[in-house]
Design a protein around this ligand. Sequence first.
Ligand SMILES: Nc1ncnc2c1ncn2[C@@H]1O[C@H](COP(=O)(O)OP(=O)(O)O)[C@@H](O)[C@H]1O
Ligand SMILES: [Mg+2]
Length: 437
Amino acid sequence: MLKGETLDRQRRGKARSSKARRAHQSERFETLLDEMSGAMSRVPGHEIDGAIERWLREIVLALEIDRSTVWEKASAELGFAATHWWARPGIPKLPRKMVSMRISPWLTAEALAGRPVMYSSPADLPTQERSLKRFLAAHGPEAQLMLPLEIGGAVVGGLTFGKFRGRWNWPPALVRRLRVVAQIIAGALDRKRTFIQGRKLREEVTVAARRAMMGQLAASIAHELNQPLSAVLSNVNAVRRMISGASFDRKEAVAALSDVAEDTKRAADIIRRVRALFQDNLSPNGNLEIGALLSELEGLLRSEAMLRRVSLRIEAAPCLPSVTGDRVQLQQCVLNLVLNAFDSIPPDSTRREVLIRAVQEESEWVTVAVRDTGRGIDDSVAGRLFEPFVTTKANGMGMGLLVTRCILERHGGRVCGNSNADLGATFKFTLPAIAKP
Ligand SMILES: Nc1ncnc2c1ncn2[C@@H]1O[C@H](COP(=O)(O)OP(=O)(O)O)[C@@H](O)[C@H]1O
Ligand SMILES: [Mg+2]
């Protein structure tokens, strides 16, 4: 066999195997893109940032790129800010808090206009881009591709990929794939934006709902105070009539004045309890006894129960472990659930019972369940109880349960509600218990 022929065959073999390798690589990358796009659409809002960084790593490693950075639009003066990045070990990281205007107004303008920028070496850049070249000399890369990140036609950021080892041309097939990556990341940033807006709305809603709850609470307190005060007034009037009249019955006057003393004490008691309820917790995340927390609320709840002709039972298991958190906020949760329980009992119903039960579940959880004999959860709201403005009441705000959930989640707890098998519904929340030393 001729020497030349062997070489030729070897070359053909090599070409075939590198073609096969490329095909294999490309298949692997398509799978990776599928996975990335799936994962990005499922990741919860608060984990999107972490997921972006994880996937930048996967992409960089799969494509033999050295560094990739996501830039999010900041302001007209700053341009884009580097928000996520990943670099192979040994490759310089971007300086912290980098903004694009400081690197290059030209590159920033191109990105803002939605134009991709690609170069094989800093030598290819426009001559006047001196500060950009200086930056690249210090922090790299050699070859760079910048793709705009767009949401619905508006530029929200940029995605850059860098190669650090000498001059390098970007193959069109690679650029096409990286465009898909840019689309996926733009989608993720869009979801993050929606998530942040939603969180802001929820926070605003919480403030509004708290205010409404304060109104309810104030009405309850006013009602409770009104009873002893009216009694005092009528007794004082009676004594005055007795003193000024002809028939002064000393014994009756003393009895009336004792009632006055009793009622005044009751009023003072109510005020003391209310004060305790609103006292600024010195340590907002102090240890709390659920039993004590319920007893503080008891007066308020009982007077409301009386008003609505509901029999209220409160059972707190002895020796419950403590929980940690903000007392007033957690009392608000109980109040929200109990007021809902009262609301759920139709005015003409003969079974009018609400039971509050605090128990320890397993060793790590304390549970408070509020069970009523009301009409049960309406089908029309069953899946949406904890969403804002969901209500079946003529004067409902539909925010009590949302507020309750927000508070509990902040405390590492959760809340759920279900109709009972027989009558009414049970709402229950669970908080992490503090382990006893
Ligand atoms: N104990 C309960 N029994 C039946 N339905 C309830 C109960 N608690 C809440 N719900 C339902 O959930 C809705 C939302 O409750 P909530 O967020 O507190 O708002 P609101 O009390 O202003 O309606 C109520 O309108 C009611 O339909
Ligand atoms: Mg409510």
